[in-house]
Design a protein. Structure first.
Length: 104
């Protein structure tokens, strides 16, 4: 994604995938209707904090990668049965006994 319009398109796509409404997103992200309309319209600039809040509520994460590397991020599907564990999950697994291991 290189433009505001690209970001807006991805946010709209994710909103549709989740089956959520703009009203639900607005309420959980704490933004006004006007702000959400501008962000999803993709023509106005918006604050980074607004983007982070909306992305978080849509289950997205903002990544900054070197130019040229963006195509490799998420390019290949994850093999079945494999999961990337978060640091939090790894710490919980270490703290749990061998019979209490959690799976993602």
């Amino acid at each position: 994604m290189k433009t505001i319009a690209d970001i807006a398109s991805r946010l709209r796509q994710r909103l549709a995938e989740q089956g959520s409404t703009q009203a639900q997103l607005r309420a959980t992200a704490g933004v006004s209707q006007r702000t959400l309309t501008k962000v999803l319209g993709g023509q106005d600039d918006f604050k980074l904090s607004t983007l982070l809040a909306l992305a978080d509520r849509l289950g997205l994460e903002l990544l900054l990668v070197p130019k040229g590397a963006a195509g490799a991020v998420g390019a290949a599907p994850v093999a079945a049965g494999l999961a990337v564990r978060s640091r939090v999950q790894a710490a919980l697994d270490r703290a749990a006994g061998p019979d209490d291991r959690r799976t993602p």
